[in-house]
Design a protein around this ligand. Structure first.
Ligand SMILES: [Zn+2]
Length: 224
């Protein structure tokens, strides 16, 4: 898979649903300077492969279906973006460091839950429980995404609902917008809950440089 045609961006969420939320940068509520990395079905497909939401076989099936029916590709992209925004609206108010407008959070949140639920029930209708006696645990496999056209949004919404149901809120953080971070959501799995930035190499370093500049100005040392 080649991503060289568009900017490579980091995959740092620690969960596919958070990686989906982080396909807008910066992740600010109502921020109009945001860059969207999912603007075409081709970008969505490449990204899905990159985060291993689809294997090579699924990739070919989706690509073939979308090529012969572009309207289905556009529909899948629209569904994906709705799932992305609903997931963000549901999780951001609980993420430490996110930029969330206080007004109307309750209202947005409940309609976001509704949107997730509708997408999830459609995905469930397209899922299959396949008996598998050879399994070590359980007796059947749940296959999400039996329809190639909608396979990607179906898997994403199932992942999003799973995260919403099970996320450990002590781990859910946002790259701190108030300190110049990008607002991306991630799971902080560090042992002492010390991860602050989406990536130290990006927002962490930028914040450090800015702080250094502020200190220089405050102490009267001229900047270079
Ligand atoms: Zn960041």
């Amino acid at each position: 898979m080649t991503d060289s045609s568009h900017a490579e961006f980091r995959i740092v969420g620690g969960h596919p649903a958070l990686d989906l939320v982080n396909t807008v940068s910066p992740r600010l509520r109502g921020g109009d300077a945001a860059h969207d990395y999912l603007t075409s079905p081709a970008e969505l497909l490449a990204w899905s492969r990159r985060i291993e939401l689809v294997d090579l076989r699924d990739f070919s099936a989706v690509e073939g279906t979308w090529r012969s029916a572009p309207e289905l590709a556009a529909k899948a992209l629209r569904a994906t973006l709705e799932i992305r925004e609903a997931t963000y609206d549901v999780l951001a108010p609980r993420a430490d460091g996110a930029a969330v407008a206080v007004d109307g959070v309750k209202r947005t949140e409940s309609s976001a839950f509704e949107r997730l639920m509708l997408r999830w029930s459609a995905a469930a209708a397209r899922s299959m429980l396949i008996p598998d006696p050879a399994r070590a645990r359980g007796v059947a496999e749940l296959v999400v995404g039996t329809s190639p056209a909608q396979l990607i949004p179906d898997r994403l919404v199932v992942a999003a609902v799973e995260l919403v149901r099970t996320v450990d809120l002590r781990q859910l953080r946002a790259c701190p917008v108030a300190d110049g971070g990008c607002g991306w959501l991630f799971l902080d799995r560090s042992r002492n809950h010390s991860r602050r930035w989406c990536a130290m190499e990006d927002c962490g370093t930028r914040a450090k440089i800015r702080k250094l500049g502020e200190r220089r100005r405050a102490t009267g040392v001229p900047a270079i």
